[in-house]
Design a protein around this ligand. Structure first.
Ligand code: ARG
Length: 457
């Protein structure tokens, strides 16, 4: 057992208690951030004359050597230590002697872990953002290639009005764009440095918190030491933003699963992103999309876990807060994997334009346009709605579609129908006439895509 305290204890910690209390099994992934923070802390202590120049150099040199040795496999993190902070300090002292024992001057593990977690989370927010950017790039490519790929748009999962694949993908572009904006907001709000808050009430040493904050890339030091060691809001914000990313990915996955089904056959999934069945030889399953949909529940669970851990905690630090890590790490890893895999899957999907167009032609997706046509001929909309309703009923009885009906049969329902109805209800016209900004018409879409590309630049 290797721990940083013990002076006031007369007995060894019970072995089970020690193991229950220890966090090195998961906080070992904060090694880089822990060392980065300690180096800056030591330099600051040196600048302030709290450590000598020699001590500062020994400490920073020792810390760099520890990081390098772990990275090169020459030093293995010893999990018999209580946490990563104890491990680093022990190895440092073993390597450089007395000076190592001075690193923790003016610092507590409470502000140390608050810093490590913030640095690590900041990095994860940036990584997630980059993965989202890549996803947006794939979406833009699909949009540009499918400005005239007609497909049915659905409400209630019933065919509603025709649109294009570009427009459908554009809806997801908007969602993941907002997800990136949320990442940016979170980064901005969280980017203040808790180091120097001490255990909860600051310290009596003349620490230069502006210096450490600046060196570690923060906008400034945090302004209340109790809040600094107690705050996990930024993690909750990130976990909620990640939950929203997963909700978006999950809806998209659901559509891909539907589109991949034999009933739709809108898409062909790449073999590299599908799996087979051990018993049914014909199967090609969309497992990646299903797993992304499934893992959404897990990320929501991580958010709920942390919200619940935090809800009753009095100020300031409580050991409960150690429970932030496994939930957060699980969410970070899960969401990054999901975005990465989903992007690869999406990028390799083949869209069956023929199937999509055929589907758009069935299901009376042009009924609204037929009513609008009558409005253009002077029929009030409510009346036009009734006429087209009867036309649809007639088509259903005859098992045909509006555009395939002879003009004479249409005219039997309303004499306002003329030869130009066929052009008015063609898929191309139905889509291309929708030109208000945000609509699927080609010109409207081209303007929107130009905005997206400008943003991605
Ligand atoms: N492992 C602890 C955590 O993750 C580090 C802080 C320990 N502080 C303490 N006062 N016991 O929260």
């Amino acid at each position: 057992m290797a721990q940083l305290w013990g002076g006031r204890f007369t007995k060894e910690t019970d072995k089970l208690v020690y193991a229950f209390n220890a966090s090195i099994g998961f906080d070992k992934r904060l090694l880089t951030q822990d060392i980065e923070g300690s180096i800056v802390h030591a330099r600051m202590l040196g600048n302030q004359g709290i450590l000598t120049q020699k001590e500062t150099e020994e400490i920073t040199g020792g810390l760099v050597s520890i990081l390098e040795d772990v990275e090169h496999g020459k030093l293995v993190i010893d999990e018999s230590f209580e946490d990563i902070h104890s491990f680093v300090e022990a190895v440092l002292t073993e390597r450089i002697g007395e000076a190592g024992k001075k690193l923790h001057t003016g610092r507590s593990r409470n502000d140390q872990v608050a810093l490590d977690m913030r640095l690590y989370t900041r990095y994860q927010v940036q990584e997630t953002d980059l993965l989202l950017k890549r996803l947006l790039e794939v979406l833009i490519r699909i949009m540009e290639e499918n400005l005239e790929t007609y497909m049915p748009g659905f409400t209630h999962l019933q065919k509603a009005q025709p649109l294009t694949l570009a427009h459908h993908m554009g809806a997801y572009f908007e969602m993941f764009w907002r997800d990136r904006l949320r990442m940016r907001d979170i980064l901005e709000r969280m980017n203040y440095c808790p180091l120097g808050a001490g255990a909860l009430a600051g310290t009596t040493y003349p620490l230069d918190r502006e210096y450490t904050a600046g060196e570690l890339g923060f906008a400034g030091p945090t302004l209340n030491s109790m809040d600094s060691v107690s705050d996990r809001d930024y993690l909750l914000e990130f976990l909620s933003a990640l939950s929203i990313v997963m909700m978006h990915l999950s809806r998209f996955s659901e559509e891909i699963i539907l589109w991949n089904s034999d009933e739709y056959r809108f898409i062909e999934m790449d073999d590299a992103y599908s799996t087979g069945s051990s018993i049914m030889p014909q199967k090609k399953n969309p497992d990646i999309a299903e797993l992304v949909r499934g893992k959404t529940g897990r990320v929501y669970g991580d958010l709920m876990a942390l919200l619940t851990v935090m809800k009753g905690l009095p100020l300031a630090y409580n050991k409960d807060m150690q429970e932030d890590k496994e939930a957060a790490f699980d969410a970070f890893d899960t969401v990054k994997d999901c975005i990465l895999l989903f992007t690869g899957m999406l990028d390799t999907i083949k869209f069956r334009k023929d199937r999509m167009a055929q589907s758009a032609m069935k299901g009376f997706t042009n009924a609204t346009d037929a009513a609008d046509y009558l409005v253009g001929k002077g029929v009030p909309f409510r009346e036009a709605h009734g006429i087209v309703g009867r036309l649809v009923l007639y088509c259903i009885e005859k098992n045909t579609s509006i555009d395939a009906l002879p003009l004479s049969e249409m005219q039997a329902i309303s004499d306002k129908f003329e030869e130009d109805i066929y052009d008015a209800v063609s898929l191309k016209t139905c889509v291309d006439k929708r030109l208000t900004i945000g609509a699927p018409g080609r010109e409207a879409m081209e303007k929107v895509i130009a905005v997206y590309k400008e943003y991605l630049k």
